[in-house]
Design a protein around this ligand. Structure first.
Ligand code: HEM
Length: 518
């Protein structure tokens, strides 16, 4: 060990050398052959990091007004391209999709996703392709999502009963917490077969994982800072991933045990984990018997990916939808009228009613236009040097698509772009699934969201039941226009302040009568 007196100057010297080499490297990297897209000036070491601010989607929107819809930045050491118009989004996510189909490595993803073995953050390649195919087929296809309809209905039934009780005492309800808990419970039950377990607090672990995955880690952009772990993130990541892994091991062992018991005793609804465990030791690609064989780490990684991708996204969307409905009593009334005429007032709305509720569809689309829960999608990484629209994009550049800015662009959505107005989708068939680049809350192309059907089904049934079962008011006589609609930035984009409301039950029938009140 070095003596204490020598250790400090040596550390400073190492830092100095790092900084010097980073500056030299940075100036060399700037000298490419082709023309780079325009962008603001960069600073040594940090590039443009200092410009991002607390709400990067908003800052990037303003910068794009100055530098254009394909803009160059340098985030620390990482060359970055920011896309802010439907036309450029189409070039990157469709025309050149394959060149931008990878994800950048990140320190948090490495810990959380078992070294890139999950789905959301893994790099493009055979493993990702086969894993995605398997998940889409085995877990996320419409038929699989529908299998879990009774489960959603059961949890929603309990949720509505709880709200009815709150109503009887005119309590103010924290809808943010409640919808968050509801969707978390549904997701945990669907994926792991349990929504709570007294022996451990898996939900808290997942919440910590979500916070860490959404925290900006400066070492992802200035890698040599990684050794210092200045934000203490690696320490937290190591702790939480170890604890989460122990919980996963326990749950897997119990699943294996109970699947043996089931073979003898009969039925238990299969969850995602059962479906995956049944594939253990099978080739990931059924056509390639010599290829990668599914092992325990793959299963844990994929299950974690699913929990991360499903939990906050649907809850945050439902919460924004309720916020806008509260701010727009006209739209709330129109949606209640639709529900009343299609479903009536003697039973609750069910998933089978969805196809007859076109206005609900418009409300959810309009919500996702204004509040795409991943406002900058999930970053992509360029896999090779490529020229797009005359500009040269270097391999390993990071690609950020500002779906939030595209959804609010007056050139695309006219002067009322900032207004919540579901009728804008009447008589046009703008699609939300990634085919129309003015509306891409689920991304698009090879890396587009494979959980669209599950996400939309969950959001629609939750919003439909809340609106059908209750009238809603803001507390303390607050008027709709006073509702704070500011957002926070993280892995998803939730409200900055919780949504507090007072419900009044409006269906015929008694408290706690289950799904059919008739
Ligand atoms: C309202 C709900 C949801 C929204 C708005 C949403 C949005 C997104 C977005 C923007 C991406 C990145 C797309 C891109 O890079 O082009 C994504 C990826 C992904 N989503 Fe969703 N998502 C939602 C729900 C879900 C659900 C319920 C699941 C399933 C469990 C899911 C699973 C995934 C996965 C696995 C990926 C990564 C795909 C890949 O990299 O190949 N999502 N999602």
């Amino acid at each position: 060990m070095l003596p204490q007196t020598l250790a400090i100057p040596t550390t400073l010297l190492v830092i100095f050398i790092f900084i010097l080499s980073a500056v030299v490297l940075q100036s060399k990297q700037g000298q490419g052959n082709g023309k780079r897209p325009p962008g603001p000036k960069t600073r040594p070491i940090i590039g443009n990091l200092h410009m991002l601010g607390k709400l990067p989607h908003r800052t990037l929107q303003s910068l794009a007004k100055k530098y254009g819809p394909m803009m160059s930045l340098k985030l620390g050491q990482v060359p970055t391209i920011v896309i802010s118009s439907p036309e450029t989004a189409e070039l990157f996510l469709k025309t050149h999709d394959i060149a931008f189909a990878s994800r950048p490595k990140s320190i948090s993803a490495n810990y959380i996703a078992y070294g890139g073995k999950g789905l959301v953050f893994s790099e493009y390649g055979t493993y990702w392709r086969n894993m995605r195919k398997l998940c889409t087929l085995q877990l996320l296809a419409a038929s699989k999502v529908e299998m879990f309809s009774p489960l959603r209905s059961e949890y929603l039934g309990e949720f509505i009963k709880f709200l009815q009780k709150a109503e009887s005492s005119r309590e103010v309800v924290d809808l943010t917490d409640m919808v968050g808990d509801l969707i978390e419970n549904i997701t945990f039950k669907m994926i792991l077969g349990r929504s709570k377990d007294d022996r451990f607090d898996a939900k808290n672990l997942v919440r910590e994982v979500l916070i860490l995955a959404g925290t900006f880690n400066v070492a992802d952009y200035v890698p040599w800072l990684g050794v210092f772990d200045l934000q203490g993130l690696v320490r937290r990541l190591k702790k939480v991933s170890k604890e989460f892994d122990e919980v996963m091991e326990l749950i897997i062992k119990e699943h294996e045990q109970s699947s043996d018991d089931n073979e003898e005793n009969g039925q238990r609804q299969k969850d995602f984990l059962d479906i995956f465990l049944a594939l253990t030791n099978q080739p990931l690609d059924p056509q390639d018997k010599q290829g990668h064989v599914i092992d325990r780490t793959n299963i844990k990684a994929i299950v974690t990916s699913m929990i991360i991708a499903a939990t906050d996204t649907s809850a945050t969307t439902a919460e924004w939808a309720m916020s806008e409905l509260l701010r727009h009593p006209r739209v709330m009334k129109k949606l209640q009228d639709e529900l009343e005429s299609v479903v009536g007032m003697n039973r609750k709305v069910e998933e089978s009613d969805m196809e007859n509720l076109p206005y609900l569809d418009l409300v959810v689309k309009e919500t996702l236009r204004l509040y795409p829960v991943a406002p900058l999608l999930v970053p992509r990484e360029c896999r090779e040097d490529v020229t797009v629209d005359g500009y040269s994009i270097k391999s390993k550049s990071r690609i950020i698509v500002n779906a939030w800015a595209i959804g609010r662009d007056p050139k695309v959505w006219s002067d009322n772009a900032e207004e919540f107005y579901p009728e804008r989708f009447v008589n046009n068939d703008i699609d939300i699934r990634g085919h129309d680049f003015q509306l891409i809350p689920f991304g698009s192309g090879r890396r587009g969201c494979p959980g669209i059907y599950l996400g939309l089904t969950t959001v629609k049934i939750v919003v439909a039941q809340l609106v059908h079962c209750f009238n809603w008011e803001l507390p303390l006589g607050m008027s709709p226009e006073d509702l704070d609609m500011t957002e926070k930035f993280g892995l998803t984009m939730p409200r900055s302040k919780h949504l507090l409301v007072v419900p009044t039950y409006r269906l015929a029938g008694e408290v706690g009568m289950g799904n059919s009140l008739g």
